[in-house]
Design a protein around this ligand. Structure first.
Ligand SMILES: [Zn+2]
Length: 549
């Protein structure tokens, strides 16, 4: 199990560090030897594991992904705007980026992954004003909730998290460079525009390549036609706001380019280039960000650097819920916490959201979630059965080759544009084969080690076998109780949460004693009492284990 240890979660951000603008994560990771995809401390299968071919929105084809400096893959992923709790559509994107980074790390690749936290934008300013608090008091709750949700879903934290409000000087500097390059202008009093007086805009005419990423059929560019909001869907290309003049009383910064606040697009360009350089390997985000956000990032950056901002653009398709677009008005809108409170396990939510490859539309349904729950049960039951089996030394040819075949199929599927659906299939085939062999009593200890090693590689990316489900559920229940949403908590969770870990341990100790004293009546009573409260106990050779159902 040494392999899994190198993927042990590191603690990452904590609230006490909240005031720091940027937090670099100390991370345990296997070091890559140059540009090669060596497996390091993983069970060696280097021949199977050569290249990741990943769809590149910019080139419109599958491109091989490797660090351009031969050492470290530098990637940027657009992060959350912290004005609300994250919904499963957001998390599908973050999970698929997690699949990408976990697979790269499984390959021994060194990664420098930067994610922004947007803590100032139109929506935040509006919501904070409605709540009657400054934005600096409004966003920390949602930022922490986001980080907690990442932990619940076993999403690894990026090496660098960067808050927009902590990078105002870098953004001002970029506007000044754009201005010097003739790609930014400031609206003055009485220019007749009516919007954004004193604001800075990007001059679209200065960047003829605008639209090269989304390949949208943009209508003719009208010089000087402006758009002031952070998000817009129109296909007509217009000059967009870089820096917005503010009205009295609004959140603002006094800077060399005037008093105001940054537009949303500007922050990503400024922070990405600060931490990754003017040109880096990969930029990721949900497909809804492709236009205008990513086009605008490209325009802002490349107009001054004349280098490609990112060589590779990775976009995750949005999901449907029960075949329809997820929306609050449709009543099919779910946050992660909504699903945890309905009694679904965090691991099942993770598996349901990653099982469909990132470029395919995922239709999220509760049946799908139940299937994921069952699949995880199969995986965990199998691992526990295999570990417990008393086996003679040695290996058998059929099981060694079955393991090898599963491993090869798994890596081949992930190397092929991260095909998670195809990567899962050989693993479940292997489980069927080994279960039959266990039934027939023909598994040897060396087979078990080999099969567990393959499952470790699977879990290095899928991260669902190791059972870390209790904590997210417990936290969600506590959160709902503290926020006054107790009615949203599924009854079975309340029953299971009714006993603390210590109380369960005490009951199990009492049951052990009763059994030792051959008081089977009491021992059965305790078992039944625990079962009624959703606690399953399992008598193993090395003692009694328990879990919450
Ligand atoms: Zn962004």
């Amino acid at each position: 199990m040494a392999a899994r240890d190198s993927f042990a979660r590191t603690s990452g951000l904590r609230t006490t560090e909240h005031l720091a603008g940027t937090i670099e994560k100390a991370q345990k990771r296997p070091e890559a030897g140059g540009n090669c995809w060596a497996l390091n401390d993983f069970h060696a299968v280097p021949d199977l594991f050569m290249t990741l071919r990943l769809y590149n929105t910019l080139s419109g084809q599958l491109d091989e992904l490797a660090p351009s400096d031969g050492n470290e893959l530098r990637m940027y992923a657009c992060g959350p705007t912290v004005y609300d709790y994250g919904h499963i559509g957001n998390f599908r994107t973050f999970l698929q980026v997690d699949v990408l980074r976990r697979f790269l790390r499984l390959a021994g690749m060194k990664i420098r992954h930067v994610m922004n936290i947007t803590d100032v934008d139109d929506k935040i300013i509006r919501n904070a004003a409605a709540a009657g608090v400054p934005i600096g008091e409004y966003t920390p709750l949602y930022e922490q909730a986001f980080l907690d949700d990442l932990d619940s879903l076993q999403i690894e934290r990026p090496e660098i998290l960067a808050r927009a409000t902590a990078h105002i000087p870098e953004m001002v500097d970029l506007v000044e460079r754009l201005s010097a390059a003739g790609a930014a202008y400031r609206t003055g009093d009485g220019d007749g525009a009516g919007i954004g007086t004193g604001s800075w805009y990007f001059r679209l005419k200065a960047f003829p390549e605008y639209g090269k990423l989304s390949k949208k059929d943009l209508e003719g560019i009208t010089d000087g036609a402006r758009v002031d909001v952070d998000e817009y869907e129109k296909d007509s290309a217009r000059d967009f706001a870089l820096w917005k003049a503010t009205k009295p009383g609004e959140t603002s910064w006094e800077t060399a380019i005037g008093t105001g606040r940054p537009g949303w697009h500007l922050e990503c360009s400024a922070m990405a280039m600060k931490y990754l350089g003017e040109s880096f390997d990969l930029h990721a985000g949900g497909e809804d960000l492709m236009f205008p956000h990513h086009e605008n990032e490209i325009a802002q950056s490349e107009s001054v650097t004349h280098k490609p901002l990112a060589r590779h653009w990775f976009h995750v398709r949005f999901l449907l819920v029960d075949g329809r677009k997820m929306s609050k008005s449709e009543g099919n809108f779910y946050t992660l916490r909504d699903l945890l409170l309905k009694g679904y396990k965090a691991s099942a939510i993770r598996l349901a959201l990653i099982s469909v490859p990132y470029r395919h539309q995922l239709n999220f349904t509760f049946e799908g979630l139940t299937e994921a729950t069952n699949a995880i049960d199969r995986l965990r039951t199998f691992v526990s059965r295999l570990k417990k089996a008393g086996l003679a030394e040695g290996t058998t040819e059929p099981l060694q080759s079955a393991a090898e075949k599963a491993e090869a199929g798994y890596f081949a599927a992930l190397e092929n544009d991260l095909n998670t659906a195809e990567a899962k299939a050989p693993i479940f085939d292997l489980i069927r084969t080994v279960n039959s062999a266990l039934d027939a009593g023909v598994v040897l200890a060396g087979d078990r080690d080999r099969v567990l090693a393959v499952l470790d590689q699977f879990d290095a990316v899928f991260a669902v076998i190791a059972d870390r489900d209790a904590e997210p559920t417990k936290s969600a229940v506590a959160w709902a109780q503290s926020q006054g949403f107790a009615e949203k908590i599924a009854p079975q969770l309340l029953v299971a949460q009714g006993l603390s870990d210590e109380e369960i341990d005490a009951l199990i100790a009492e049951r052990n004693l009763a059994r030792k004293q051959r008081n089977f009546k009491r021992s059965d009573e305790i078992r039944d009492e625990l079962a009624a409260k959703g606690i399953v106990i399992e008598d193993a050779k090395d003692g009694v284990r328990w879990k919450r159902k």
